[in-house]
Design a protein. Structure first.
Length: 594
């Protein structure tokens, strides 16, 4: 039931108006505008019903749906051909007789079975449509499920293939590791076999000869005491090359195999001495000191372990090495002309372990010093940590409110020493500078570097300890970190050294710098003196070696002149005897002259 306060919507005039004097075919078709109806309209009281029916008809007369409702479709009723079932726009229905032009809202009893059959047929058609729709939906769901299952099967198959690939890769790695281990074991076994099979002959008097290169050669000399009366003389330490095959004997005598001879400490010391002489090293630069001590001057200049470590630290400072650079990276940079490997101070420490130990100590101390200085600068100027945050997090895609909300928990944004307006201004200026060309930003950075005094920015400044005036400026973060470090590094390398300590305002700092400079100069002077002594020793060793080679060549020439090719040693004994005779004659001449 409608509310009494609800206002009725007025209907369209075209819908409300219906001409009564003009006969419409549609009205005539469905029973509207009949003569009898017109007569009733002219005299409504002629056949007016009485009682509740009259009230119902009066209510139906003023129903809005009667004025706006229109026929929508008609359906034939089999077996009752004059009658058709008409459905309206509002879902109502009535029967209409096409012959008599009679329309009835109340279906007659003789027509009702046909209408009921039509309702059953319509319901059956509706159920069929719903069943077909449901079947189509189920089919679509089954297709989607089959697609999902197929996709899952492909994913499972791909995962299985990946698992097999990983297992095969792991198996190959295990096989490679096993093969490498077996190869290492085989190599170790070969080395052990080679060491066990090494045969060395102890140097004995009378069995050493020299080849054309001046190196030692052990030559076995066989004595034939039965065929030679002077066999005793042949066993007296003669230097000779291996003789040619003797025509009078059946063949050369082969030496007996006495088994492998192990190296002794004397042999190892001898080889170390020979290798040190080849490389121009002093005795103090390799091996352990002998029990009787080094020879005079062999231990080098007095350079203590502390001085050597300080020299190595000076090397790291002079090359501006960052304490955060790994030690392995420094060793890999040997091709660079500025590498520490090309500096003479790199060799002041005896081995790589000592260098690594000193580098670690220096890196820890230098990193702590840098962190302390940076913390002090940040306390003095709060813009430094805020600019560092902008360099790492700021982006032109973020507006200031978004940036502030996103990084509101950062310590640089929580710091109240720098006002919010200053933070916003720095952020907006930084974003605006990021949109400038890179050449313009480089020029501004170089201008900022040139504006800094030499006292705070010089060739001894490292990239990880830049001055406060540089870090607190907006131009220092306008370029990417890698490009900025390249520009700053090139500019720092072109700067002169820092000014003298006398020009410094702080007298204590000046005295400390002067003391450090004197110690560094003393260490460098000791290093130069050590290098000079090493060079002199190397030249002396080369000179002695040259004279020794000349003597060996002369002896080799004399041995070649001896007649040792026919199995007899007469020519050699004659030559040696002649040499002894000349020595006797010289001795007699000296005694006669005396």
């Amino acid at each position: 039931m409608e509310s009494p306060n609800k206002r009725l919507k007025p209907s369209n005039e075209g819908d409300d108006f219906m001409s009564l004097d003009v006969g419409d075919e549609a009205d005539d078709k469905y029973g509207y505008g009949n003569k009898e109806d017109e007569a009733e309209d002219q005299n409504p009281t002629a056949n007016a019903p009485r009682g509740p029916k009259a009230q119902y008809q009066r209510d139906a007369r003023f129903d809005r749906r009667n004025a706006q409702d229109r026929p929508r479709s008609k359906h034939a009723l089999p077996g009752h051909e004059p009658w058709v079932l008409v459905k309206t726009k509002f879902g109502r229905r009535f029967v209409h007789n096409t012959q008599t032009r009679e329309s009835l809202w109340r279906i007659p009893d003789d027509v009702w079975p046909a209408v009921r059959d039509f309702d059953a047929w319509e319901k059956q058609q509706k159920e069929r449509e719903e069943n077909a729709k449901w079947a189509e939906q189920e089919l679509q769901a089954m297709r989607q499920q089959s697609k999902a299952e197929e996709k899952n099967q492909r994913a499972d198959a791909e995962e299985g293939r990946n698992r097999r690939r990983r297992s095969e890769s792991l198996q190959r790695e295990d096989e490679e590791a096993m093969m490498a281990e077996l190869a290492a074991q085989a190599e170790h076994a070969e080395e052990q076999d080679a060491k066990n099979a090494a045969k060395t002959v102890e140097p004995q008097v009378g069995e050493t000869g020299y080849d054309s290169e001046g190196s030692f050669e052990y030559v076995e000399v066989t004595d034939d005491e039965e065929g030679d009366d002077d066999g005793s003389e042949a066993g007296q330490g003669l230097r000779a090359e291996p003789a040619q095959p003797d025509n009078e004997t059946s063949g050369p005598a082969e030496p007996e195999d006495e088994g492998p001879v192990e190296f002794g400490e004397d042999d190892i010391a001898y080889q170390l001495a020979a290798m040190g002489a080849d490389y121009g090293l002093d005795e103090g630069e390799y091996g352990s000191p002998p029990p009787e001590g080094w020879s005079e001057g062999a231990e080098g200049l007095p350079l203590s372990n502390e001085d050597a470590a300080n020299l190595f630290k000076d090397l790291l400072d002079d090359h501006h090495i960052s304490p955060y650079t790994p030690w392995e990276k420094l060793l890999q940079d040997e091709d660079s002309p500025t590498s520490i490997l090309h500096d003479d101070r790199y060799t002041v420490l005896p081995n790589m372990k000592a260098r690594r130990h000193v580098f670690d100590d220096w890196a820890r101390a230098k990193a702590a010093e840098i962190q302390t200085a940076r913390a002090q600068m940040e306390r003095q100027d709060p813009r430094i940590p805020y600019l560092a945050l902008l360099a790492a997090k700021a982006s032109p895609k973020l507006y200031w409110p978004e940036f502030k909300r996103k990084f509101k928990k950062e310590p640089a944004l929580l710091d109240r020493k720098l006002g919010d307006k200053d933070k916003e201004k720095l952020y907006r200026d930084h974003i605006a500078r990021l949109k400038l060309p890179e050449s313009t930003r480089k020029a501004d950075l170089i201008a900022l570097l040139k504006s800094l005094p030499l006292r705070i920015l010089n060739n001894s400044t490292r990239l990880d300890s830049l001055p406060q005036a540089f870090l607190a400026h907006l131009h220092s973060i306008s370029l990417p970190p890698r490009t900025r470090d390249e520009v700053v590094g090139q500019y720092i390398s072109s700067l002169p050294p820092p000014p003298d300590a006398a020009e410094s305002a702080d007298e204590k700092t000046a005295e400390e710098q002067e003391r450090l400079r004197r110690e560094k100069a003393r260490r460098e002077a000791a290093l130069l003196e050590r290098k000079r002594a090493v060079e002199e020793e190397r030249r002396r060793v080369e000179k002695e070696e040259r004279f020794a080679r000349m003597g060996l060549l002369e002896e080799e020439r004399e041995l070649r002149q001896a007649d040792v090719g026919k199995g007899s040693r007469r020519g050699l004994r004659a030559m040696l005897g002649g040499a002894e005779g000349e020595g006797d004659r010289e001795g007699m001449g000296e005694s006669g002259g005396g």
